[in-house]
Ligand binder design. Structure first.
Ligand code: ATP
Ligand code: MG
Length: 324
């Protein structure tokens, strides 16, 4: 049984009396001790998918319009809000895209970590402080005894992101969802933070969903990947299968837009054009206006996901085959 099993998830956004589909037919599984990458350009539905898994869409304009989500065999959509809250932070935790908005600027970082521990583990303040010190040490914050009493603004961006990771790990989650955890950091710090997360995974055996717009980062860190375009998964495979047999023109474009000397993709430095907005209707394949391989049928018929090999799916009329 997969740790997380999502089938045909549909999300819609209420806009006036209309419901606009924003995520469509997303199916994903995450096994124990596995790292899944979700990659795609801005606005493709990565964060909304993560928020749906975490049960954090409540009170927003976004509705779950269809599909199922199971975590350790439990039907997430059947849980009460209270059960859902307990599960969040306890068994699944999330690191958000903007660390500064998730850390409260008026509280010391130690108190914020302790609060997470006390809330979910019911420890005394004294034991929670000891655990917070251990966590700060675990995420390699230098001099935890002093830093535990710092305010977020007294820390660097990389340190704040480490505090976020410490908070997420406070209750030993089975699943950690990291939404662009390093985008706000400079490149060397990015690498440190990612290595830290993977090192913690090796020690704790937790599973990770890593969301990024950078396929290079995903390829280096994940076991498998789902490529999202405009609310849909357009290609899904293990990293090794994907790198040896990249099929969707969009995936090729994502890799072509990062420096990759061993990939001879001449036709694209970046994908031309942009992701259509939610209210722009695109007939046929949603990617066809930007696609180098588009032909007649792409403009009229929306492709369905097809298996290229047992665990490699692509949603394209003209999959590209091997690039190596
Ligand atoms: N609360 C909301 N209300 C209305 N529209 C929303 C809301 N949240 C997201 N959207 C829209 O849904 C689409 C998908 O958003 P989402 O945040 O999931 O994208 P993303 O892939 O995470 O992008 P990014 O890489 O920029 O973080 C976007 O078009 C966005 O504008
Ligand atoms: Mg996002």
């Amino acid at each position: 049984m997969a740790l997380l099993d999502i089938r045909d998830l549909d999300l819609s956004i209420a806009r006036g009396s209309e419901l606009l589909p924003v995520v469509q037919g997303v199916s994903l599984t995450v096994e124990e001790d596995e790292t899944l990458g979700i990659v795609g350009e801005s606005g493709c539905g990565k964060s909304l998918t993560a928020l749906a898994i975490m049960g954090l869409l409540e009170g927003s304009a976004v509705r779950i319009a269809g599909g199922s989500m199971h975590f350790q065999g439990r039907d997430l959509l059947a849980l009460s809000p209270g059960e859902r809250r307990r599960m969040m932070g306890d068994q699944m935790a999330m690191i958000f895209q903007e660390p500064m908005t998730s850390l409260n600027p008026v509280y010391r970082v130690g108190d914020q970590i302790m609060e997470a521990i006390i809330q979910h583990r019911g420890m005394s303040r004294k034991r929670a402080r000891e655990r917070a010190l251990d966590l700060l040490d675990l995420v390699r914050i230098p001099d935890p005894m002093r830093r535990i009493d710092s305010f977020p603004h007294q820390m660097s961006g990389g340190q704040r992101q480490r505090v976020m990771i410490a908070m997420a790990l406070a209750c030993d989650p089975k699943l950690l969802i990291a939404d662009e955890p390093t985008t706000a950091l400079d490149v060397t710090v990015q690498k440190d933070v990612l290595e830290l997360m993977l090192g913690l995974q090796r020690r704790t055996g937790m599973s990770i969903v890593l969301i990024s717009h950078d396929l290079g980062v995903i390829a280096e860190t994940c076991d498998k990947v789902a490529v999202m375009y405009r609310g849909r998964i357009v290609e899904q495979a293990s990293i090794s299968e994907l790198l040896s047999n990249m099929s969707h023109p969009y995936t090729l474009g994502l890799l072509g837009s990062i420096p990759a000397p061993d990939h001879d993709v001449e036709w694209l430095d970046a994908i031309p054009g942009r992701v259509p907005t939610l209210d722009e209707a695109v007939p046929g394949c949603a990617f066809h206006p930007r696609c180098f391989a588009a032909e007649g049928s792409c403009r009229t018929v929306d492709p369905v996901a097809a298996a290229i090999s047992p665990a490699h799916f692509v949603r394209c009329h003209f999959p590209q085959g091997s690039t190596t």
